[in-house]
Design a protein around this ligand. Structure first.
Ligand code: NDP
Length: 330
């Protein structure tokens, strides 16, 4: 038996507790992983609190990502002892996830952890950091380069935003950090922000076009924030949109697209094809400043996960959270 966070559904609603699970309860899959670390992402907080219908079958072990060591494998690419990382694929939503000491998964969902990233750092990055990398790659694919001007990052003090800023700064971009927590300005500058903007500047009335301020953007907010970002993007700029922290709607117009040739690129980490995952993890290994990653990471004990999930949705969490899960994490 091993410890697992278990979400269940009763007539009175959703319950969540630290429970005991056994390997024979684990879902199907050709690789068994001893989980070393998991993390709390925005989606995990939604699942654990029940604030949104993220969990699609019960009982469910949450945790949309994990890092660990292969214990058993019937998959040709993996053998016991291999270090692996998993993000997405519905894990923690419809397939038991990373907040348990063991996880069984389809080997095709796993990515070999690149040398140079520890199991702990892999979860300091987690789905949020992986998504930030996908956003940076999306802007690069659109031909956005540092000489074109500043890149705006919304939700800058959150998980995706913190890693995105760090990655952009290390590639030589000037970064405008948008935050609802101006008290975090020093933290944001430490990660690489060249300017800090109060979120309130981007929550007012949306004009079809506004001053051309930024060459590109990474947006975790959606809604009015994204609409205002789009209106401020320079001619032929691009925005990678990955989140809905402000809302699912987009009260914009086609003006930025048809008059300034702006590109809006959607970024999804859950079903991202394997080749792109491997490329993104290799770029994280090469580009991410691990000192800055440490500075944005808080480690919480497994026992604190349920309480911390609620704080997450109240916007009280800064950067990334790592949860040691296994007995001998390394
Ligand atoms: P966090 O909670 O760590 O960060 C979100 C940040 O958004 C907050 O820290 C805050 O930043 C900002 N924010 C909060 N409320 C609002 C609001 N009403 N308006 C504008 N900004 C707001 O979450 P993550 O960084 O992990 O995830 C961010 C978003 O990205 C979520 O919506 C998540 O679902 C999505 N996501 C999508 C993925 C995908 O595959 N497409 C993968 C991972 C995440 P600050 O305090 O600086 O204002």
């Amino acid at each position: 038996m091993f410890d697992a966070i278990l979400i269940d559904k009763t007539e009175d609603g959703q319950t969540v507790s630290i429970s005991q699970a056994s390997p024979d309860q684990l879902p199907e899959g050709d690789v068994l992983v001893d989980v070393a670390y998991s993390t709390l992402n925005y989606k995990d907080a939604l699942a654990i609190t029940g604030a949104a219908p993220v969990v699609r079958s019960f009982p469910m072990v949450p945790g949309i990502d994990f890092s660990g060591v292969v214990a058993e494998s019937a998959h040709p690419d993996y053998k016991p002892g291999d270090r692996v990382v998993l993000n997405g694929w519905g894990v923690g939503e419809k397939h038991w996830g990373g907040l348990a000491k063991q996880a069984r998964a389809n080997g095709d969902w796993l990515v070999p952890l690149p040398d140079g990233i520890s199991l702990k750092q892999a979860m300091a990055i987690g789905t949020a950091g992986f998504t930030a990398m996908l956003c940076v790659l999306a802007l690069e694919k659109q031909g956005i380069t540092p000489d074109m001007g500043e890149i705006v990052v919304t939700g800058a003090a959150g998980g995706v935003g913190s890693v995105a800023m760090t990655l952009l700064a290390s590639r030589g971009f000037d970064v405008a950090a948008v935050t609802g927590r101006p008290a975090e300005a020093d933290y944001l500058r430490q990660l690489g922000a060249s300017s800090v903007i109060d979120r309130a500047e981007l929550t007012g009335k949306v004009r079809p076009l506004a001053k051309e301020r930024w060459a590109g953007g990474i947006d975790v907010a959606g809604s009015t924030v994204l609409a205002n970002v789009l209106a401020n993007i320079k001619y032929r700029g691009a925005v990678a949109a990955c989140g809905l922290a402000a809302g699912m709607d987009l009260p914009s117009s086609v003006a930025p697209f048809i008059l300034r040739g702006v590109t809006l690129v959607g970024v999804d980490s859950v079903m991202c094809p394997k080749a792109e995952r491997i490329a993104a993890w290799n770029r994280l290994a090469r580009d991410l400043d691990l000192g800055k990653l440490d500075a944005m990471t808080t480690v919480i004990p497994f026992e604190e996960v349920i309480n911390t999930a609620a704080k997450f949705l109240e916007g009280q969490i800064r950067g990334r959270i790592v949860v040691p899960v296994g007995d001998t994490p390394n």
